[in-house]
Write a protein of this length. Structure first.
Length: 254
C-alpha cells in the first residue's frame, strides 16, 4: 500500500525545484495534491506531469504572502476534496545582501514569502486539522535555519524563524493530533541554486567550492529531499513532531 494513500496535500511553491519534486513524490505515494505557486506556467506543467501519470491534482495560482490568495487556495482545495491532511509550506525566495545593503522592501518581501506565509496557511489549516482529528504540517527550512551564511541576512532570518515557528506550532497543537516538523536542506540542485551560481564571475569554481562544503562530495537532487517528506508525512513518523531534520550531506557536522 502506498504511504500517503487517500491523503489530501496542499504544497506551496510546487511549480519547480523541491516543491515540484514533493508534489510528484506525494502523488506517486497515493496523495491527491493541490499545487500552489505564483508561476502559472510552471505550475500547470507540474499539474500536467502528475495527471499524465494517473495522479490526481489541482493547480491554484497564488502569492503565498497575500492573505486573500492563501484563503483562495485553501477554499479551492476544500471545495474539490473536502479536507486537508498535509500542509507543506515550501515556497521561498532568496535575495542576496547584508542588513546594510538590503533595501527595506527586499527585507519585507523575503520575510513575507518565506515566514509570514507559514503563519497565513497555519492560521487557516490548523483549525481544519483540529476538527478532523489531526494532520501533518511540514515547514521547509534550510541549512541557514541552523547556521549562518554571509550576505543573505533576510533569508537567514526567515529560515531561522521558520525553525522557531515549527517548534512553537508543534507544542501548541500536539494534543490535537497535529504534527509539525522542519526540514533543513543544503546543496540541492534547483533552478534557484543555478541562479545563485550565476552571480559569481567563475561559476564552476563557485560550484566546486560549494560541493567541497559537503562531506559527501556532491549535491542532492530534489527528489531525494522529497523522499524525506514522504516519510515525515506518513504514519511511519507518527511519533515525530517539533523536529529539525538536517538534509545537508554533512554540511552542519563540520
Amino acid at each position: 500500500m502506498m504511504r500517503l494513500e487517500g491523503k489530501i496535500a496542499l504544497i506551496t511553491g510546487a511549480a519547480e525545484g523541491i516543491g515540484r519534486a514533493i508534489a510528484i513524490r506525494f502523488s506517486e505515494e497515493g496523495a491527491v495534491v493541490c499545487i500552489v505557486d505564483v508561476n502559472e506556467e510552471l505550475g500547470r506543467r507540474t499539474l500536467e506531469e502528475i495527471t499524465q501519470k494517473g495522479g490526481k491534482a489541482i493547480f491554484v495560482p497564488a502569492d503565498v504572502s497575500q492573505s486573500k490568495d492563501v484563503q483562495a487556495s485553501v477554499d479551492k482545495t476544500l471545495k474539490e476534496y473536502g479536507h486537508i491532511d498535509i500542509l507543506v509550506n515550501n515556497a521561498a525566495i532568496a535575495i542576496k545582501g547584508s542588513i546594510t545593503t538590503l533595501e527595506e522592501e527586499q527585507w519585507d518581501r523575503t520575510l513575507a514569502v518565506n515566514l509570514k506565509s507559514m503563519y497565513l496557511y497555519g492560521k487557516r489549516v490548523v483549525p481544519l486539522m483540529e476538527r478532523q482529528g489531526g494532520g501533518v504540517i511540514l515547514n521547509m527550512g534550510s541549512v541557514t535555519s541552523l547556521v549562518g551564511v554571509p550576505n543573505y541576512a533576510a533569508y537567514c532570518a526567515s529560515k531561522g524563524g521558520i525553525l522557531a515557528l515549527t517548534r512553537a506550532m508543534a507544542l501548541d497543537h500536539a494534543t490535537k493530533g497535529i504534527r509539525v516538523n522542519c526540514i533543513c536542506p543544503s546543496g540541492i540542485i534547483t533552478s534557484q541554486m543555478d541562479m545563485y551560481f550565476k552571480k559569481f564571475p567563475d561559476q564552476q569554481k563557485a560550484f566546486q567550492e560549494t560541493i567541497a562544503m559537503h562531506p559527501v562530495g556532491r549535491m542532492a537532487e530534489p527528489r531525494e529531499v522529497a523522499g524525506l517528506l514522504v516519510y515525515l508525512a506518513s504514519e511511519e513518523a507518527s511519533y515525530i513532531t517539533g523536529a529539525a531534520y538536517s538534509f545537508d550531506g554533512g554540511y552542519t557536522s563540520r
